[in-house]
Design a protein around this ligand. Structure first.
Ligand SMILES: N[C@@H](CCC(=O)N[C@@H](CS)C(=O)NCC(=O)O)C(=O)O
Length: 237
């Protein structure tokens, strides 16, 4: 019998969405536990070095943390297709590089658009209120401060990144991803890798926000996205 798999997560956390995408694509059955952001009491016992952050993935008695490390280890636990790490060393290096870029650029840039203007911040507050959960997109204090705090958070992310325009940043990211895709099926070529999984996770996370339509209005990204959802559907069948 397979070891039980449990994902400790926040629904709207992009890093958790990366792990969900990977498990879904491999057709792994798992249970999800929504973690309370203030207390995080639901988390299992973590190794000493681990930050008290989500995602955490428990496979039997093994506890994994950090979305990138989890994606890197997943083939070892679940060797079935699709493999996340390509056998080809060059492709593997580029997949790892793009996966890291998704975290450092695309996922970091998203909140600056999601609550970068008063209208978007108000909408984000409503969407998040509806979801009824704390999340990545709320940031510290957003529950009490609402859109005003969201705008502050967006400003802080931009300043730290040395940028002034969140939309331009996301546009740059999407241009870059499309350039890497070129005419290939996947971002590193013919095989799906953890780089595609990370991007899918980031995009899935903003499904309820207007930026989602902007992302999918790009034909190359839309075709790639449909391909990824097709694979996910095959795995579920
Ligand atoms: N590098 C980590 C980042 C994880 C992360 O920042 N998680 C956020 C949620 S989106 C979190 O748990 N924040 C809670 C906190 O910092 O207290 C990963 O890829 O897993």
């Amino acid at each position: 019998m397979n070891a039980p798999v449990t994902l400790y997560q926040f629904t709207l956390c992009p890093f958790c969405n990366k792990v969900r995408a990977a498990l879904d694509l491999k057709g792994v059955e798992y249970q999800m536990i929504e973690v309370s952001p203030r207390t995080k009491v639901e988390l299992p016992e973590l190794p000493e070095a681990a930050p008290r952050k989500v995602p955490v993935l428990r496979i039997g008695d093994r506890v994994l943390y950090d979305s990138t490390d989890i994606l890197m280890e997943l083939d070892g636990f679940f060797p079935q297709e699709p493999r996340l790490l390509p056998a080809n060393e060059k492709m593997k290096a580029s997949a790892e590089e793009i996966e890291a870029w998704v975290d450092e650029q695309f996922i970091r840039a998203l909140p600056t658009v999601i609550y970068g203007s008063w209208a978007n911040a108000a909408r984000a507050a409503r969407t998040i209120g509806r979801a009824g959960k704390f999340s990545f997109f709320q940031g510290v204090g957003v529950k009490v401060g609402g859109p005003a705090v969201m705008r502050l958070v967006a400003g802080r992310i931009l300043k730290k990144a040395g940028r002034t325009d969140g939309r331009a940043w996301v546009t740059e990211c999407l241009d870059q991803f499309e350039a890497w895709l070129g005419d290939s099926d996947f971002v590193c070529g013919t095989e799906m890798t953890l780089a595609d999984v990370a991007m899918l996770g980031g995009i899935t996370c903003v499904e309820e926000f207007p930026i989602y339509e902007d992302i999918l209005s790009r034909p190359r990204i839309a075709a790639w996205h449909a391909r990824m959802l097709g694979l996910r559907q095959t795995a579920a069948a």
